[in-house]
Design a protein around this ligand. Sequence first.
Ligand code: MN
Length: 392
Amino acid sequence: MPDRVYIFDTTLRDGEQSPGCSMTVPEKVRMAAKLVDLGVDILEAGFPIASEGDSEAVDAVSREYPWAHVAALARANRLDVMAAVKSLRNARRPRIHTFIATSDIHLKYKLKKSRQQVLDDAVAAVSLAREYCEDVEFSAEDATRTDLDYLEEVCKAVVAAGARTVNLPDTVGFSVPDEYGALIGRMVKALGDSAVVSVHCHDDLGLAVANSLAAVQNGARQVECTINGIGERAGNAALEEVVMAINTRRDRLPFETRIVTEHLFPASQLLTSIITFGPQPNKAIVGENAFAHEAGIHQDGFLKERTTYEIMEPRSVGVPESKLVLGKHSGRHALAKRCEDLGFPLTREQLDAVYHRFTALADRKKGLRNEEIAAIAREVLTESKSTVGATD
Ligand code: MN
């Protein structure tokens, strides 16, 4: 199936290694359960050489979910690869993910190695990994700042050594969509059917999802991403955004993933409960306001026909329902609906009175709670009853 896009989740690896996101082994296992429900294709569970905990987590996740494809990260050297091999010993579908930086800036200042040395290390690591594991992925770290001829040479060499997936990360979130799309298109062409081209984008310029989609449009068939977009610095491409962009705009993005989208919001919520922060309220798909409407014109349109202001069904991503937030920008229509939902059907005159008091209060507050709205409605209904009584 050429149009199938594999979702490689790295919430438990790249996500976990960022500030405020570290997880214990049991927490990783709990999160992995949700990622399995979600239907991610590959689950990167850790970087075994980095810590005992990471190594244990890879093992625990592989034993708990034997049918999941579990990946372990390793730098391109013997010690790292062997640590990955060891942590994956109980996995039925193991993947060794080995990487080395290929950009001149990393070669000169970080690795202090020549291009030839890096090429040799990459090939040696892939060959070693292939002795233990059929499924080997190679990443050219900082691919987007790498000389393209050299990058192509590295890609071809690691595939010849047995890598089945070649990942070309925008490690520092520097690329822009047309540029990244062109880089991916060139490597896809160079590799043909010999490997799956993968992408891994960071969000330093807020372009991680846009870059990932440009890559898919140019032939990439694996996207590395995380729940809530957590990850190093500004984070990785958000899994929920990549998946819902593809699902919502199939007319422009004729691709398919196996993600069970109804689990997106629950996965986001679970992650939030494990790490130290949640997505910002206006975060796409899973933020608290992603399906909330406050402006009167929007609420009125939404109540007449949902699709006037919503491009996705909240339930399709596991959000229970759209929220009409009643604040100073709200109109009568939404207020009448809320009062009715709260058990106070109002006449036109009563609604006018409630609306008057509501706007006076809303001017001073950021949004009104149901109890406050109910109190106003009750007040107005009591008053209008006594008025009616007086004229009797
Ligand atoms: Mn990364």
